[in-house]
Design a protein around this ligand. Structure first.
Ligand SMILES: [Zn+2]
Length: 265
C-alpha cells in the first residue's frame, strides 16, 4: 500500500517521464476512481506537465492551461510507462508526444483521480486538511511533538492520522516506532523529550530507507513474493533482528501492527 516514499517515488518518475514531452491526448475508463469528479475534465488535459507536487500521500499534478489533477494511489494504484495501448488494470492514460503512454493502473480501484483547475489544487479540502509532511515541511522533534501530543490515541494510530502527520501509513509508522524503540500502544503524552527526538529522526530514516528501496538502491525488492525489506512490518513470529525476541502483532484501530515486545517499551 503506497505511503509517502512510494508516492514520492511515483512523483519523481512522473517528472522524468513527462520531461521534454507533452500530452497529446488523454483517455479514461468509466470507473469509480473519479469518485464524483468530472471524468471529461481529465480528457481535457493536454500539453506540458508544469509541476508535480506531493502532499502526504496525494499527488498534485499541474498541466498547461490551468489543468490540475489530484491523484491518490489508494491501495493498489501505480503509474506505468509503456508503448502498449493496453495494460492490465489500466484505468486512465496519457498519450505523450514521444509515443509513450503513461497508464494509471489500479486493480482494486481504491485510488482516486480528481481533475480540477490547477490553481485550486492546494485548497481542495482533502489537501488543505493534511497535517505536516515529514519530507517536505520543516521537520523536528518539536514539530512532531506539537502534532501528536494533544491526542489521546495510541502513538501508532496518531502517526497514521493524516490530519496530524501526512504520509505515514501502517507500514512506515510501525517501522519508525521500531527504529525508535517505542511501543505502538504508548499514549503520545508519555513520551520523553529524548523519545520525541529519537522518533523524529526514526521517521526520517524510515522514509529515506523506503525511498531507496523503491529506487532499487538497497535491495532487489520485487512487488509481490519478494523479500520483505522491512525491519518489523510483516514479521510476526520472526525473531527481532535487534534483541532476538519474537515479533508480535496486534490489531490497533482496525490495522495490524507489528512490534517487538522486548525492545519497544
Ligand atoms: Zn527486539
Amino acid at each position: 500500500m503506497p505511503e509517502l516514499p512510494e508516492v514520492e517515488f511515483a512523483r519523481r518518475q512522473l517528472m522524468r517521464w513527462f520531461k521534454g514531452r507533452h500530452v497529446v491526448r488523454t483517455e479514461a475508463d468509466d470507473t469509480r476512481i473519479f469518485r464524483g469528479a468530472n471524468r471529461r475534465d481529465f480528457t481535457r488535459i493536454k500539453g506540458r506537465l508544469v509541476n508535480a507536487e506531493r502532499r502526504g500521500k496525494y499527488l498534485l499534478l499541474t498541466f498547461e492551461h490551468d489543468r490540475g489533477l489530484l491523484s491518490h494511489l489508494g491501495m493498489t494504484g501505480r503509474y506505468s510507462r509503456s508503448t502498449e495501448k493496453t495494460l492490465p488494470y489500466s484505468r486512465a492514460r496519457f498519450f505523450l508526444s514521444d509515443g509513450h503512454i503513461i497508464h494509471y493502473r489500479d486493480p482494486r480501484l481504491f485510488g482516486r483521480m480528481e481533475p480540477v483547475p490547477a490553481q485550486s489544487l492546494p485548497t481542495l479540502p482533502v489537501v488543505a486538511s493534511l497535517g505536516v509532511d515529514p519530507w517536505t515541511d520543516p521537520w523536528s522533534a518539536k514539530v512532531l511533538r506539537a502534532a501528536l501530543e494533544p491526542t489521546k490515541q495510541a502513538i501508532k494510530v496518531a502517526l497514521m492520522d493524516q490530519s496530524r502527520i501526512a504520509g505515514l501509513g501502517n507500514i512506515h509508522a510501525a517501522e519508525a516506532l521500531y527504529r525508535a524503540r517505542i511501543h505502538p500502544a504508548r499514549p503520545p503524552s508519555s513520551l520523553t523529550a529524548r523519545e520525541w527526538s529519537t522518533l523524529a529522526r526514526a521517521i526520517k530514516t524510515t522514509l529515506t530507507y523506503a525511498l531507496k528501496v523503491e529506487q532499487g538502491e538497497e535491495i532487489e525488492y520485487v512487488e509481490e513474493g519478494g523479500e520483505n525489506p522491512f525491519l518489523v512490518y510483516g514479521r510476526a513470529k520472526e525473531r527481532c533482528g535487534r534483541c532476538g525476541a519474537t515479533i508480535e502483532s496486534r490489531v490497533q484501530a482496525g490495522r495490524t501492527t507489528h512490534f517487538c515486545p522486548a525492545c519497544q517499551v
